[in-house]
Design a protein around this ligand. Sequence first.
Ligand SMILES: Cc1cc2nc3c(=O)[nH]c(=O)nc-3n(C[C@H](O)[C@H](O)[C@H](O)COP(=O)(O)O)c2cc1C
Length: 198
Amino acid sequence: MLVPVETEITDRMSFPVHELVARRWSPKAFSARPVEPEKLRSLFEAARLAPSSYNEQPWRFIVATQGQGAEFERILSTLMEGNRQWAQHAPVLILSVATLIGERTGKPNRHAWHDLGQAIAYLTLQATELGLYVHQMGGFDVELARQRLQIPEGYEPVAVIALGYLDEAQGTSMPPRNRKAVEDLVFSGRWGQATEGF
Ligand SMILES: Cc1cc2nc3c(=O)[nH]c(=O)nc-3n(C[C@H](O)[C@H](O)[C@H](O)COP(=O)(O)O)c2cc1C
């Protein structure tokens, strides 16, 4: 369903977008409510279906739920303090990992990060559809994650993702969007050339 521009959730948007895109944001207040295993399965199914260069699917995920105790702590312990403070309350943490070497060529796959990000975007929109929220974090210790989670050579920890339901008791709602203007991002035909109302 397309969301018209004048609704509250599309605040400061210029053109209508899908409601899943409009509704998504990255909260810090997560409810303790566990995420149903079948919903987790759907999220990774969505990630799995993302496109990738030569269909290499250069994405891997390490998941831990609060209920897993030590496993959860292990991912949590790699986060920077500022992130750890709020992410400790999320019911699920995920470490995303890129496969750096192409299976086809045996050489570095320069699209691995691009493809992994795309898989996360799929996961995130599926999460939104299921009433879940995702908050991605680059603020973690990559080397610590590599050691503590036993990531083999040729794989790169990319982001930690907090996932869960919103803690509505904290009265959290989507903050105002802060985005560059589309004119500063999209050019016509060559770098820097303004588009003319396509
Ligand atoms: C790769 C990546 C790394 C991020 N790292 C952090 C982080 O370490 N800590 C944090 O609080 N938010 C982090 N964010 C969240 C962004 O700050 C957030 O997506 C951005 O401000 C836009 O807000 P929105 O997602 O609510 O629309 C990260 C997002 C991405 C995609």
